[in-house]
Design a binder for this molecule. Structure first.
Ligand SMILES: CSCCC(=O)C(=O)COP(=O)(O)O
Ligand SMILES: [Mg+2]
Length: 239
């Protein structure tokens, strides 16, 4: 599959990494640790931002640790990718990644592709519902080692929802690239549609264990491995 561009934007769950790792390992780890974390850190100055984000997401104040934990559990039950929940999950995962209990899964083709793209001068960034803090921990502690130097930028839902085109416009603007110079890789058709509406190139990543993608016309180019991507870089940044 040949693409011409200067940047590659990657989704995480179902794209660089198995859905099962996120759902069967990371989410249960967060669920087990959230109550203790919130209770221990409720009064910390640094936790105020998470409390504010939960309140903004819920549309009302969560006045006690128990209320916030109940809201987090409600969001986790529905797999709601709310910004506050994602920030809290990242904080809980931190201890697991630092102790070695969590080691992020990445598909075998990912590390060599990242290295090859960087070698070719391609700028690679991440856009995930997982918080930027969680993304850094995740790629800093993978089964293939520390992949964090492969990425020169991270975006999460503080930039905008992944299924809305203005999020991709904002990412391209922050990146100082034209959207057409960016290839977005994801397992979720709705995310690819939003990126395509913003002018990005797209490819649908079909990994083992992914849900059946929604069909659209015209379909997105589909790949099973990053090794299928032949990326040609041209010219100087356009913006
Ligand atoms: C960055 S690791 C945590 C991933 C996560 O919490 C999640 O919800 C996955 O969402 P994605 O946008 O990467 O599909
Ligand atoms: Mg995904």
């Amino acid at each position: 599959m040949q693409f011409t561009g200067r940047g590659v934007l990657v989704d995480v769950e179902g794209t660089t990494s198995a859905v099962a790792y996120v759902y069967d390992v990371m989410f249960p780890f967060a669920r087990r640790g959230i109550e203790a974390y919130v209770t221990a850190h409720w009064a910390d100055e640094s936790f105020a931002a998470v409390r504010e984000q939960f309140a903004a997401d819920a549309g009302h104040e969560l006045a006690s640790p128990a209320e916030l934990v109940a809201e987090a559990e409600r969001l986790m039950d529905g797999d709601v990718k709310a910004t506050g929940l994602k920030q809290l999950q990242g904080l809980v995962w931190e201890a697991g990644f630092r102790s070695g209990e969590l080691q992020a899964h990445v598909f075998a083709d990912v590390p060599p592709a990242l290295a090859a793209w960087r070698e070719a001068g391609v700028d690679v960034r991440v856009y995930s519902s997982g918080s930027i803090h969680a993304q850094r921990l995740f790629f800093g502690h993978t089964e293939a080692g520390d992949l964090s130097p492969s990425f020169s930028g991270h975006y999460d839902t503080t930039t905008g929802p992944k299924r809305e085109a203005p999020s991709y416009t904002a990412i391209a603007a922050d990146w100082s690239l034209a959207p057409s110079e960016i290839l977005f890789l994801s397992d979720v058709t709705e995310e690819l549609e939003a990126a395509r509406a913003a002018g990005m190139q797209t490819a649908l990543v079909n990994r083992p264990g992914n849900a059946e993608p929604t069909t659209v016309d015209p379909p997105h180019t589909a790949i099973e491995s990053f090794a299928e991507i032949d990326l040609e870089t041209v010219g100087e940044p356009s913006t």
